[in-house]
Design a protein around this ligand. Structure first.
Ligand code: FAD
Length: 479
């Protein structure tokens, strides 16, 4: 049938990818709309991801700092946590940001169409409308016509098939709802999301076990950083079960009984079922590519639900682009935003391409672990000749003053060009500091460029300069 509304650009999904694409498209003169099933803008990241998790992690850090102040002769009473007030605080943080996005959309005259969208053909999406204040459908439908479209449908938590439905079993979204603090929590999956939530719940008083199929926690960074992290977090966990699979969950009234199985004889997996009060499933996220009727538009979707794109973020259908979690790993907000700008600019007739050299990763745990570009492990696996410079924070005045002398800053250089090609930082604020290493890599900086840059003293950030000095020596002649 005929379209109810018509746009130059329609963006499917209002996460960091979607809203960034829509705003850029509108700024470049395209008449733009966003289709979003949630009542608020911001997608996973703002509503149930990056932002609420960081709001809770900040509070956890405050509690831990207060406890650690005793080493400096300052002691506070045991904190009393009002979980309802904490949840309200988190929701206020999220509301400020999603409300801000709504204002920015209005300012740019970007229309928000609320509902579930699915393609009818390469120029039409049908929207089953939602109420605007919830995800409930109103029963009304609307056909939206577009010249160009950007798919930004994101991803969802993977639910293990053998795990029963039970209010005590949650994914990251459920964990962020902070309904209660369990006595004993099992976190399935030792990746970043699982460890961030483990940090929050353990600081609020839960005893936490982590189970991970691989032979280590956090798959991205070098093991020396993870080792530092593990030492600092040793008291947080009852058990970290590596090389162990969760094979069954029996939800009984008095608790959740979990059966484990080692992937080999060395895993030391418990032989008897272990009882928990809550389980967090954080064993990965899957793209939403198969849930949007993409095949009706002729858009190729892989078996796993990813949508292949080229450097212009175009799918196999020329007027349809895709960005963010739905196009592939790493599933990170800053990658989605960068891709969004490329897609919108190409759609508006500009010559843009996704050509980022590196994409940083950060675990916002305590301490933080941040890494970008080459790790030592990756260089070794590829047989690439590199130089490594590691600056231990035990030699940083600021780190010692802050009680963070366990951290380190490590830079990886190409052995031939001496350009920096990677970096790993572990310690408080590592995520804020890794940006300098990202810039250095993008700019093609070498060890002298970084080492001869005057960093402010005394800061944790100056350890980046100090690591570079380790690499090039303390004395270089001016060319
Ligand atoms: P999403 O944010 O997933 O947004 C997709 C949107 O599309 C959603 O709003 C969805 O409702 C909508 N949608 C999908 N299908 C339809 C449809 N058919 N009709 C209408 N609307 C639809 N990343 C970081 O970089 N830093 C972090 O600290 C971080 N922390 C995280 C913590 C948690 C607990 C989680 C779960 C994720 C975290 N991430 C983090 C990952 C980050 O949230 C994602 O990479 C990011 O949200 C991806 O953005 P996106 O635009 O691709 O998709």
């Amino acid at each position: 049938g005929a379209a109810d509304v018509e746009y130059d650009m329609v963006v499917l999904g209002a996460g960091p990818g979607g809203y960034s694409a829509a705003f850029r498209a509108a700024d470049l003169g395209l008449k733009t709309a966003i289709i979003e099933r949630y009542a608020t803008l911001g997608g996973v990241c703002l509503n149930v991801g990056c932002i609420p998790s960081k709001a809770l992690l900040h509070v956890a850090a405050v509690i831990e700092e207060a406890e650690h102040a005793s080493v400096a002769g300052v002691s506070f009473a045991k904190p009393s946590v009002d979980v309802d007030a904490l949840r309200a605080h988190k929701e206020k943080v999220v509301g400020k940001l999603t409300g801000g996005l709504a204002g920015m959309a209005k300012g740019r005259k970007v229309d928000i169409i609320r509902g579930y969208g699915h393609f009818l053909d390469p120029n039409h999406i049908e929207v089953e409308e939602t109420t605007g204040t919830s995800q409930d459908k109103t029963g009304a439908k609307k056909v939206v016509k577009f010249k160009q479209c950007i798919i930004a449908a994101g991803s969802a938590a993977v639910h293990l098939p053998f795990i029963p439905r039970d209010p005590r079993i949650v994914d990251s979204t459920g964990a962020l709802e902070l309904r209660f603090v369990p006595g004993k929590l099992l976190v399935i999956g030792g990746g970043i999301i699982g460890l961030e939530m483990a940090t929050v719940y353990s600081t609020l008083g839960a005893r936490v076990d982590v189970v991970e199929m691989m032979d280590g926690l956090m798959q991205g960074p070098d093991r020396d950083a993870v080792k530092v992290w593990e030492k600092q977090n040793a008291s947080r966990f009852d058990k970290i079960m590596l090389k162990t699979k969760t094979v069954a969950v029996d939800a009984k009234e008095d608790g959740l009984y979990v059966t484990f199985e080692g992937v080999d004889a060395t895993s030391g997996a418990p032989t008897e079922p272990v009882k928990y009060d809550m389980i967090l499933q954080s064993a990965g996220r899957a793209p939403n590519g198969k849930k949007i009727g993409a095949e009706k538009a002729g858009v190729i979707v892989t078996d796993r639900g990813f949508i292949p794109v080229d450097a212009q973020m175009r799918t196999n259908v020329p007027n349809i682009f895709a960005i963010g979690d739905v196009v592939g790993q790493p599933m990170l907000a800053h990658k989605a935003v960068h891709e969004a700008h490329v897609a919108a600019e190409v759609a508006a007739g500009h010559k843009a391409a996704f050509d980022a050299t590196v994409i940083p990763g950060v675990a916002y745990t305590h301490p933080e672990v941040a890494w970008v570009g080459y790790t030592e492990a990756q260089a070794k696996a590829e047989g690439k000749k590199v130089e490594t410079a590691k600056f231990p924070w035990a030699a940083s005045g600021r780190a010692i003053a802050n009680g963070a002398d366990y951290g380190f800053t490590k830079l990886i250089f190409d052995a031939e060009t001496h350009r920096v090609i990677g970096g790993t930082i572990v310690g408080p604020s590592a995520g804020d500091m890794i940006g300098e290493v990202c810039l250095a890599i993008e700019m093609g900086a070498d060890a002298v460029d970084i080492g001869k840059t005057i960093h402010p003293h005394p800061t944790l950030g100056e350890t980046v300069g100090m690591a570079a000095e380790v690499a090039h020596g303390s004395c270089t002649d001016v060319p």
